[in-house]
Ligand binder design. Sequence first.
Ligand code: SF4
Length: 202
Amino acid sequence: MGDDATRAADGRLIDAVERIGDAGRAMLREAAKREGLSLTQAQLLLRVTTPSAGPQSTGSFARWLEVSAPTVSDAASALVRKGLLEAVPGVTGSGRSSWVPTTAGREAAERLHTWRDPLTAALAACAPEERAVALRVLLEAVASLHRTGRITVARTCLTCRFFQLDRPGDASGDWCGLLAAPLAPADLRVDCPEHQPAAAHR
Ligand code: SF4
């Protein structure tokens, strides 16, 4: 494929990602509205109730959501008032307070999660191998944007110091040095609790 054709194909791919992002945001906003929440409040509640996220400070929530710390504080205060979060002092080990979900907050988060169902159904039209290739392509893009500072937090395999392109011995394929286990294409993680940032760029 020539340079012009490659650029045109890249443009179409970026357009498609943008369309999916816009649609996903609209679907999450609709789900948030049904719960009486703003988009940011819904995103924060979903993040607080994500098991792999663990206890986090205002700043780490802000970096993950790509918003300011005061925006997170405002959203958290609203969720506390609505009985969906509880403030917990010193939960992050930093001495600063964070939040944990109430039972009502967990139930609301489960309902919010259904915003992804149409996307899940759409992906089912592609073969698992095609989806694995798409995951790798998107994670390469996330890693590149993270290296250039356009994505603040990337807890992905491709940005992790434990990620190896080749397995120990002669076998080829991705490998996690921490788990000492192969990483199949579909197993590459997007939000790994064990992730540690790679010191050098791959
Ligand atoms: S620790 Fe997690 S993010 Fe890092 S390579 Fe292993 S599975 Fe991937």
